[in-house]
Design a protein around this ligand. Structure first.
Ligand SMILES: Nc1nc2c(c(=O)[nH]1)N[C@H]1C(S)=C(S)[C@@H](COP(=O)(O)OP(=O)(O)OC[C@H]3O[C@@H](n4cnc5c(=O)[nH]c(N)nc54)[C@H](O)[C@@H]3O)O[C@H]1N2
Ligand SMILES: Nc1nc2c(c(=O)[nH]1)N[C@H]1C(S)=C(S)[C@@H](COP(=O)(O)OP(=O)(O)OC[C@H]3O[C@@H](n4cnc5c(=O)[nH]c(N)nc54)[C@H](O)[C@@H]3O)O[C@H]1N2
Ligand code: SF4
Ligand SMILES: [Mo]
Length: 746
């Protein structure tokens, strides 16, 4: 890549090269781009063709960045409001010093009178903030209660926990040659013959550390796709095999694939013998899932299950992209277990073109979870829901989300008093199930701080203090793919301009940390902080990264043979048995079945047939769109012009029976709640399945409560129940619930 990161022009304008993260929302995709600044304003964004991963490609969310950065609705100064005026537009501009003084006074007061555990930090997904809200809680505010509020922690955490317990390794990612500067030409890399995309649509989602368009790069070179998805996505329509299963029945399908692969002797004997634990037990278990029985459960024909199992097992190498549909399923732990078992017994783990596993030591990021060392054991023991849900709290340093709502509602085991909303606008239909209950419960908190860029429904409804956040164009940072769990590369993020008095998460965290707990916060600015966080073995500091643009670490395959996965340096996997646990010792210890099994979704035509008479359609929600990141981008005109309304997809024949035409506003309703969206007739949808968009609010509507920007009108999460979670505490039915649909009369 070119070494110059800032280019000055004669007319005073300039260009800054950077890697994207957030805000606005994005998982650490880190696409390369050039930001053009003229007269102090961001006027244009273009893709950077020299960036080895994105190679000049950008999506509409970055292309429309100038509209977002300079949007008239942006909040660019700190503001406060009297708690009695929550929900009213009665804000008063204050200085940063006044904001810090108020926070310090409140935090010290709550700590002294009620203990630090009376404070809770809420954080959302995948944005830069997600590296920082743990230390904000543990090392600045001093509380053990950091909460990711999605019911059943149904995003990424379950997949990471399953991987920890079954493989003892970092996140398993499709090998897209991202570690190597020469990418697909790298001599040690192999093209996957097949990639199975299971409940994942990476062109739109680019999740966690995976640049989705790499799939297209690989398809152009010959890779074929298997799509396991109740909908037909763009990639599904170009796949060799589309397994259009009934939502939520995935685990049965995965077990049937194991049945075929094992019974037809299509597995890798050497890998199984050397590196797997519990094969015989698994073999016995999968006999319960013959393809014809599973065809009835899933709606996928038995011949197709058999054919795909054969094709996948014979492909060398084959890869798997497992998506959000694994997490948003109370039976998802078993699904993840079965999928990793497929990858293991077909010999596709940690081999070129298979799935890669992160190295035990991340490239940076020691402050993230390790800062919990700032808390005493006594305080750590007070973490909400940790004792009740050991499988969750062992892998994740947060509270249990559903228990946190119970605590807010009941004041048990103690009363929560202060909330800090770091990167979660969660009364919109994003992070939480039962958002109406959360909203009422959160109003009980005595002091709420919101850090954001826009006045969101959450901020308008709940905040007493609003701290203005800078976009990634306005701050320095480091893009850390997979948050360090499988760091494919590090991207240099360079500040191009300043807007108002906005600050980044890191800048705020350092300033607050210095005031509340100075010994844990020795750095004076973001650059000092990043210099310190980058691992010395890398031999680069922040300035080097800024100039280089990207750091790709290279990759070591078959780490289990070389003693590179275990902390003791022995060959094998970092699990209890030192092997891939097809039969899990830890699940058994936690009272769960050690082998994967299928369980019907909690509400389905099979598990609740009576209910299905009233609510005959299976609803799946939240498949990503290019034009928004959860609740974000609704005020960005270029994005909204493409997606002006929330869309519900429905089969044309089903719609006709219900008297619904394309473009009609419809009500989606079940026993928990209702939501209004616009019908789109999609011939590839199965007749009994509908899909509804999530994350909708209307920045153009009335701001004040009860409207809160129309947040209750199209709030699909009011249909998702609280605490309908899996046995180990993971997974909730965001992608499989029952509903009925009818034409809206207004
Ligand atoms: N029905 C349904 N619901 C779902 C899903 C679904 O598929 N279906 N998906 C779920 C999933 S997987 C997730 S992860 C959650 C996501 O839920 P959240 O992550 O809570 O997303 P948002 O509600 O959009 O809130 C994020 C807020 O953070 C702000 N923000 C953006 N970038 C930054 C940043 O870098 N720093 C800080 N401090 N703030 C930032 C944004 O402006 C926004 O207001 O939604 C879940 N909700
Ligand atoms: N543009 C954009 N990108 C994003 C986000 C965003 O909001 N916008 N959010 C980010 C976040 S937090 C996450 S977690 C990732 C998620 O990204 P992905 O893992 O790609 O997940 P989704 O887009 O929710 O869903 C992927 C597919 O799962 C299918 N699906 C629905 N129900 C089921 C089911 O029961 N079984 C199976 N097998 N498939 C099912 C959907 O039809 C969809 O095509 O995206 C991230 N990236
Ligand atoms: S995926 Fe889209 S929003 Fe994310 S960095 Fe790349 S271009 Fe920007
Ligand atoms: Mo997510």
């Amino acid at each position: 890549m070119e070494k110059e990161w800032k280019k000055q022009c004669k007319d005073g304008s300039y260009t800054v090269r950077t890697c994207g993260w957030s805000p606005p929302g994005d998982h650490p995709a880190g696409c390369g781009m050039k930001l053009h600044i003229k007269d102090g304003k961001l006027v244009k964004v273009e893709g950077d063709p020299e960036h080895p991963i994105s190679q000049g490609r950008l999506c509409v969310r970055c292309l429309s960045l100038p509209e977002y950065v300079h949007h008239p609705d942006r909040i660019i100064y700190p503001m406060k409001r009297d708690p009695k005026d929550r929900g009213k537009d009665k804000w008063q501009r204050i200085t940063w010093d006044e904001a810090w003084d108020l926070i310090v006074e409140k935090v010290n007061g709550f700590k002294k009178n009620y203990g630090a555990e009376s404070i809770v930090v809420f954080g959302g997904t995948g944005r830069e903030a997600c590296l920082y809200y743990y230390p904000l809680g543990f090392a600045a505010l001093g509380t053990p209660n950091v909460c990711y509020p999605q019911s059943g922690w149904s995003c990424y955490g379950p997949r990471c926990a399953i991987t920890d317990y079954i493989l003892g390794a970092g996140y398993p990612e499709i090998d897209f040659a991202g570690y190597f500067p020469d990418r697909y030409d790298h001599p040690g890399w192999k093209l996957p013959e097949y990639i199975m995309l299971w409940g994942k649509e990476p062109l739109k989602s680019n999740p966690d550390g995976f640049y989705g368009h790499s799939i297209i790069d690989m398809m152009k070179r010959g890779t074929k796709i298997i799509s396991v998805d109740p909908r037909m996505s763009w990639l599904g329509s170009r796949s060799e095999y589309l397994l259009q299963l009934r939502p939520g029945t995935d685990t049965a399908l995965a077990l049937a694939m194991l049945n075929v692969i094992i019974n037809e002797d299509l597995y890798d004997h050497e890998f199984v013998e050397k590196w797997c634990y519990g094969f015989e037990q698994l073999k016995e278990r999968v006999q319960q899932y013959p393809p014809d029985k599973v065809a009835e459960i899933t709606g996928v024909p038995a011949e197709k299950i058999i054919e795909v199992s054969r094709v996948f097992a014979k492909a060398k190498p084959a890869s798997l992209g497992w998506g959000l549909a694994i997490d948003q399923n109370p039976n998802g732990v078993q699904l993840g277990h079965a999928l990793l078992s497929i990858m293991a017994i077909t010999g596709n783990i940690d081999v070129p073109g298979g799935i890669t596993l992160g190295m035990p030591a991340a490239l940076m990021g020691k402050w993230r979870v390790e800062t919990r060392g700032e808390l005493t054991e006594e305080l750590w023991d007070k973490r909400i829901g940790a004792k009740e849900w050991p499988a969750l709290s062992t892998a994740l340093a947060t509270t249990h989300p559903d228990e946190t709502l119970d605590t807010l509602e009941t004041d048990k085991p103690y009363k929560l008093r202060m909330g800090w909303f770091n990167s979660s606008n969660f009364i919109t239909p994003t992070c939480s199930a039962a958002p109406d209950r959360w909203y009422k419960a959160l109003l009980k908190l005595e002091f709420n701080v919101v850090q954001d860029l826009f006045m969101t429904p959450t901020a308008m409804g709940l905040a007493d203090l609003f701290l203005p956040l800078s976009s990634f164009a306005e701050h320095d940072g480091v893009v850390l793919t997979h948050y360090g769990r499988n760091a494919i590369f590090l991207g240099g993020m360079n500040k191009a301009l300043q807007v108002g008095e906005c600050k980044s998460d890191v800048e705020m965290m350092i300033e607050l940390g210095k005031r509340l707990n100075p010994s844990a916060w020795p750095w004076n600015n973001a650059e000092e902080f990043f210099d310190d966080q980058l691992k010395p073995e890398l031999g680069i500091n922040f300035d080097d990264l800024r100039h280089e643009g990207l750091y790709q670490p290279n990759y070591e395959y078959r780490k289990y043979e070389k003693g590179l996965l275990r902390y003791d340096g022995e060959p094998g996997f970092n699990t209890v048995t030192g092997k891939v646990e097809l039969c899990s010792t830890l699940f058994e210890e936690w009272g769960e079945d050690p082998l994967p099994y299928y369980k019907e979704p909690p509400f389905s035509p099979v598990s609740t047939p009576e209910l299905a008479k009233e609510y005959p359609l299976v609803l799946t929600t939240g498949a990503r769109t290019f034009t928004s990141f959860h609740s974000e981008h609704r005020q960005v005109k270029s994005c909204r012009d493409i997606t002006p309304d929330p869309i519900m997809e429905i089969n044309p024949e089903t719609a006709a029976k219900l008297g619904i035409k394309d473009g009609d506003w419809v009500v989606i309703e079940n026993q928990f709640g209702k939501c209004k969206e616009r019908a789109q007739l999609v011939p590839t949808m199965k007749p009994n399945v509908v899909h509804a968009a999530h994350g909708w609010w209307y920045p153009e509507k009335e701001a004040e409560a009860p409207s809160l920007f129309g947040v209750w009108e199209s709030n699909i999460n009011t249909l998702i129940p609280h605490k309908t979670i899996g046995k180990l505490g993971f997974g909730a039915p965001f992608k499989s619930i029952l509903c009925k649909v009818y034409k809206a009369n207004d």
